[in-house]
Write a protein that binds this ligand. Structure first.
Ligand code: F6R
Length: 366
C-alpha cells in the first residue's frame, strides 16, 4: 500500500531514513566501533585474504557497485573491478579461486547478474551477494551475503535499494579495512558514528523536499540534462541521470566532471541544466572550475553541495544543500535530492512514475 503517498516511488524515497536504519541495525556497534555482518562470518577469512574483488551488477545496482569500488580501495586497500554483469558473462573473464565475486541485485532475479555469478563460481571464485529480496535466486545461489533489509521496493525506479546497497558496501569496507589493518582505528570509529547518523541526515534532506519541487517546476521542459560529479559522487551523477531518463524520459547523461572538457562541453548552452554534485572536499576547487566553465557557456547550474559550501551555493542558480558528512559516505545524502528532482519532473510531465514505459521491475530476460 502507498500509505497516503501518490506513488510508490515517493513513498520509497521517504522511507529511506527507516530503510537505512533497518539496514544498519544490529550490524553497526557504535559503542565498540565495530561492524558485524553475520552473513559473512563463515567466509570472512577468505574475503580478508582475497587478491581481488570483482563486483558485477546491472543498472542502479551497478552504480552502487561503483561506489563500493571506491570504498573498498580507500578503506580496505583491496583491488576492485566493477563489471556490467552482461559484459562480464560474455567475455572470457579472468577470475579464479583467489578472487571474490560480489554481485549486487535488489530483486535477486536479474538474469545477467545471475549468469555472471554462475560464471565466477564455475571458475572457483567465492561468490557473495548483496540482495534485497530474501530467498531470491541470487541470494540462494551465492556462498554468503548480506541482505539490504530495505523492505519491498515496488516502484520500478530504484531508490531505497540503492542507498541501502551503499550502506552495506560501506559496512563491508569498514569491516574489511579493520581486518586487513588498512584503516586507522580513529577513522573507522568516526565512519561508524557517521554512518549511524545518516538516517537523520537523510530525514533533514527530505524535510526540504518542497524546495526541490519548486526547482523541478523550472526544469520540467528541459530537453537534456547533464550530471557531473567526482570521486564518490561520480557514480551519483550516473545514478541521477539514470533516474531522470527512466521516469521522465528526458535525455540525461552523467559524467566524471573532468571528462566534460573531452566532449560534453560542446552541448552546453542556455538551455542546458547541469547538476553539479560537489560534496567531496579534496575535489572542491576542481568542481568550482567546472562550474565556472559551464557558466561561461550560459549553462544553468543546480548545485548539490554541503550546506557550508558557500562558494558552490553562490555560484549555483539553484542549490540543494546537504548536511556535512564524511566524503566517502556522501552518496547516501547526495543521491536523495536527485531522486526527488527526477520524481517531481516526471510528475509534472504527466509520466507514469511507478510503471515507466518499456521497463520492468526485474529483468529476467537476457
Ligand atoms: C533503475 C533500475 C534498474 C535496476 C536493474 C538491476 O532504477 O531499477 O536499473 O537497478 O535492472 O536490478 P536488480 O538490482 O534487481 O538486479
Amino acid at each position: 500500500e502507498k500509505s497516503g503517498y501518490p506513488h510508490f516511488m515517493l513513498k520509497e524515497i521517504f522511507e529511506q531514513p527507516r530503510a537505512i536504519a533497518d539496514c544498519l541495525r544490529g550490524r553497526l556497534d557504535v559503542k565498540n566501533h565495530s561492524v558485524q555482518l553475520g552473513g559473512l562470518t563463515d567466509v570472512l577469512d577468505q574475503l580478508v585474504n582475497a587478491d581481488r574483488l570483482v563486483i558485477a551488477a546491472c543498472g542502479t545496482s551497478w552504480h552502487a557497485g561503483l561506489v563500493g569500488e571506491y570504498l573498498f580501495e580507500h578503506l580496505a586497500k583491496l583491488p576492485v573491478e566493477v563489471e556490467y554483469a552482461s559484459e562480464f558473462r560474455y567475455r572470457e573473464p579472468l577470475i579464479d579461486e583467489n578472487d571474490v565475486m560480489l554481485v549486487i541485485s535488489q530483486s535477486g532475479e536479474t538474469a545477467d547478474t545471475l549468469a555472471a555469478l554462475r560464471t565466477a563460481k564455475e571458475r572457483g571464485a567465492l561468490a557473495l551477494g548483496v540482495c534485497n529480496v530474501v530467498g531470491s535466486t541470487i541470494a540462494r545461489d551465492t556462498d554468503a551475503g548480506v541482505y539490504t533489509h530495505a523492505g519491498p521496493e515496488i516502484g520500478v525506479a530504484s531508490t531505497k535499494a540503492f542507498t541501502t546497497q551503499v550502506s552495506v558496501l560501506a559496512m563491508m569496507a569498514i569491516l574489511l579495512g579493520q581486518k586487513r589493518n588498512t584503516i586507522e582505528e580513529e577513522y573507522a570509529a568516526r565512519l561508524i558514528e557517521e554512518l549511524n547518523r545518516i538516517p537523520d541526515k537523510v530525514e533533514q534532506i527530505l524535510d526540504r523536499s518542497e524546495s526541490v519541487k519548486e526547482m523541478a517546476e523550472l526544469f520540467t521542459y528541459a530537453p537534456n540534462f547533464l550530471y557531473l560529479g567526482r570521486t564518490y559522487n561520480f557514480p551519483v551523477a550516473l545514478e541521477g541521470a539514470l533516474k531522470l531518463k527512466e521516469i521522465s524520459y528526458i535525455h540525461a547523461e552523467g559524467y566524471p566532471a573532468a571528462e566534460m572538457k573531452h566532449g560534453p562541453i560542446a552541448l552546453i548552452d542556455a538551455m542546458m541544466p547541469v547538476v553539479v554534485i560537489a560534496a567531496t572536499d579534496h575535489t572542491n576547487d576542481k568542481m568550482i572550475s567546472n562550474i565556472e566553465e559551464v557558466k561561461a557557456r550560459k549553462g544553468r547550474i543546480i548545485g548539490i553541495t554541503g550546506e557550508d559550501n558557500e562558494e558552490v551555493i553562490n555560484l549555483s542558480e539553484f542549490s540543494c544543500p546537504i548536511p556535512e558528512t564524511e566524503d566517502c559516505l556522501s552518496p547516501l545524502l547526495t543521491s536523495i535530492p536527485l531522486q526527488l528532482l527526477s520524481y517531481y519532473i516526471a510528475v509534472n510531465r504527466g509520466c507514469d512514475v511507478d510503471q515507466p514505459r518499456n521497463l520492468a521491475k526485474s529483468v529476467t530476460v537476457e
